[in-house]
Design a protein around this ligand. Structure first.
Ligand SMILES: [Zn+2]
Length: 175
């Protein structure tokens, strides 16, 4: 287990402050003093597949760590109380300034995401979407720039995040 895994980072019970806060080897810490249990769950995240009329997909270039400078797809974490559909619309608007519609569920992919020395576990919910006006494209938020690419021409090592790499490989034409 990496040293950013919650079992290595979370040392004290957040309920009573005890240091007898023991990882169960699977998905939760158990406090030996107050008997509380703290689960580590997958956080919901969203990913958008947006194509132009040449069947190229809209890729973003990550502005920040993790995986700064690598190719990614528009998306991000779902806020508390937010639907996945609203989250993907919000993230696409924030990152590339597009309004999207016709969301179609594509798949889900589990992922890990290290942020400030703590591993977060996510479940990426992928939607195929239509952009209403590609002329509005503009990079913002945590996106350095954007580029349309044919999935067949993208090399796996251009993509920084594991779940996105698997997804883009799955979009390549099977021959
Ligand atoms: Zn406790």
């Amino acid at each position: 287990m990496t040293n950013t895994h919650p079992s290595k980072v979370l040392k004290y019970c957040p309920f009573c402050g005890s240091h007898r806060f023991i990882w169960d080897g699977f998905k939760a810490h158990n406090c030996q003093d107050c008997k509380q249990r703290l689960y580590t769950n997958e956080a919901g995240a969203v990913v958008a597949i947006i194509k132009n009329d040449k069947q190229e997909i809209l890729c973003t270039v990550r502005k920040f760590e993790p995986a700064k400078g690598t190719l990614d797809l528009p998306g991000g974490f779902i806020d508390l109380g937010e639907t996945a559909e609203d989250a993907v619309k919000r993230e696409v608007k924030e990152e590339v300034n597009l309004d999207i519609s016709d969301l179609k569920f594509h798949c889900t992919l589990p992922n890990t995401y290290v942020y400030k020395d703590l591993t977060y576990f996510t479940i990426d919910i992928v939607f195929r979407c239509k952009a209403n006006n590609l002329n509005a494209l503009q990079a913002g938020d945590d996106v350095e720039s954007y580029v349309f690419r044919n999935p067949n021409d993208i090399q796996p090592d251009e993509i920084g995040l594991d779940s996105i790499r698997k997804l883009i490989i799955s979009l390549k034409d099977k021959t």
